[in-house]
Design a protein around this ligand. Structure first.
Ligand SMILES: [Zn+2]
Length: 108
């Protein structure tokens, strides 16, 4: 039978094996948006359903400022995955930290 320590270590390995690769992460918010153009006679001014788009960008902060970077349409899914990976990675770090706290408590 597995000890509690072994079970906790097994859980950690399980979490680690599912973490996304560090090379495919992006800290930011993925944003989908539509645009009204400069041509005043364009139908995009009449209704939201005629607006141009969707376009994609990622907003991110650095220091106290926020920035954004446009995402080419062809890279949309990849960049969305990178943003999701960042959040998954942090969740994994939180989960492993919680397990490590349990492991410390087992030794004292
Ligand atoms: Zn327009």
């Amino acid at each position: 039978m597995q000890s509690q320590r072994q079970r906790l270590n097994k859980k950690k390995q399980n979490i680690t094996s599912k973490l996304p690769p560090l090379t495919e992460i992006l800290r930011g918010t993925f944003i989908e948006w539509w645009q009204v153009c400069a041509r005043s006679n364009c139908k995009c001014h009449k209704s939201r359903k005629y607006q141009h788009g969707p376009f994609y960008r990622v907003s991110y902060s650095k220091g106290n400022r926020s920035y954004h970077v446009y995402v080419p349409l062809k890279d949309k899914e990849k960049i969305k995955t990178w943003v999701n990976n960042y959040n998954k990675l942090w969740q994994g770090i939180e989960d492993i930290s919680a397990l490590n706290i349990k492991l410390i408590r087992k030794t004292v």
